[in-house]
Design a protein around this ligand. Structure first.
Ligand code: ACO
Length: 330
């Protein structure tokens, strides 16, 4: 068996909703600019939640939807760029909180492409090891690393989590992963500088260190990331389709990374698919990094519009730069 079955999905968005007008009170922006340039109207911002608590809520919803007990999970794959701790991993905290006592735990940091990278890994574990059930959880608290003085980035991001449970199955799956580290300086966040009693030399430099930037906050050159995104998103889906011997026009749904409505529109045009086939959540979620695809996937599943046998194309891209595409038969 070389396929995987998407058994169940779940997601969680914090209650607190922040509008475009709320941003106009803290930076020089407007509802009109944000709507027309990004498609974002509102986003959810954690107010008491943490990355792990959002991940746990999404995971529990997926377990409940699938009627699967936590003990059945063999592997938890968690993706985040905004974990609560340097260590332990997000996956270990989630494993404990949901009671997945038989699961091994791995965290993956592949920025906004994290969920699709995790799907690829889940597929490989399911097809080539004793692992029978994988829980993928993508949880992000972008508000933790957002610079609220920077209007070019702060309006874009939201918080939330999405999860899914996968098992071995007959359903077809293919993926295409890629990265281009030469674009690392286009989007990054820095740890505080290392200070120990034993080092007095300045750290070695690279493209990132040339950019004056405070620690802990996200920096992004939006226009350059935009160009990268519009190229790699359709390409990653096309290459995944090619591996299954199908055309992009055979796809029933596209669940894209939700970074900008204009990126999604351009990708759909390249894929020769109408916008009605794209599941879009950006208007009420903003960009939730690796959580954006599984949140959208869960909405699609729960909408009742997805039927077993439908093929779903997914693609994510982000800091690294990284990108990933996948096609999954539901
Ligand atoms: N409100 C009002 N004006 C603004 C704002 C704002 N919030 N932000 C920028 N502007 C201004 C700029 O200062 C600029 O003004 P100027 O012409 O006087 O210099 C003008 O608007 C145009 O700026 P651009 O950067 O060219 O705007 P653009 O249309 O490219 O939109 C955006 C910016 C939304 C960031 C877009 O480039 C984008 O979506 N890029 C992709 C980002 C992305 O996909 N990131 C995701 C990867 S990582 C992850 O998902 C976590």
């Amino acid at each position: 068996m070389n396929g995987i079955r998407l058994c169940a999905t779940g997601s969680y968005l914090p209650d607190h909703v922040v509008t475009n007008d709320d941003y106009a009170k803290i930076v020089e922006t407007s509802d009109e600019w944000i709507r027309t340039r990004t498609g974002i109207v509102t986003r959810h911002i954690a107010n008491g939640d943490t990355t792990w608590s959002m991940g746990v809520k999404a995971a529990k919803r997926a377990l409940e939807a699938g009627g699967i007990s936590p003990e059945e999970i063999d592997l938890v794959l968690a993706t985040t760029v905004t974990g609560d701790y340097i260590t332990p991993s997000l996956s270990c905290v989630i494993q404990h909180e949901i009671g997945a006592v038989n699961a091994a735990c791995i965290d993956m940091n592949c920025a906004c492409a994290g969920f699709v990278y995790a799907l690829d890994a889940a597929h490989k574990y399911l097809c080539a090891s004793e692992v029978k059930t994988v829980l993928v959880v993508s949880a992000e608290m972008l508000s933790r690393i957002t610079n609220y003085d920077d209007r070019t980035t702060c309006v874009l991001f939201g918080d939330g989590a999405g999860a899914c449970i996968l098992q071995r199955g007959e359903n077809r799956f293919a993926s295409h992963l890629g990265a281009d580290g030469s674009g690392m300086q286009l989007m990054f966040g820095l740890y505080p500088p290392q200070k120990t009693p034993f080092n007095d030399q300045p750290a070695v430099e690279n493209e990132i260190s040339k950019i004056p930037m405070g620690t802990g906050m996200l920096y992004m050159e939006g226009r350059e990331v935009y160009k990268f995104a519009t190229r790699v998103m359709p390409e990653a889906i096309e290459k995944s389709c090619a591996k299954l011997g199908i055309s992009t026009t055979d796809l029933d749904w596209i669940v894209p990374h939700q970074a900008n409505i204009r990126i999604i529109q351009t990708a759909m045009k390249h894929l020769k698919l109408p916008m009605e086939k794209a599941w879009v959540t950006i208007q009420h979620c903003g960009n939730t990094s690796s959580a954006s695809i599984p949140i959208a996937l869960d909405e699609l599943v729960r909408s009742g519009k997805l039927s077993r046998g439908d093929t779903i194309g997914m693609a994510g891209f982000g800091a690294g730069l990284v990108y990933a595409g996948a096609v999954l038969e539901y």
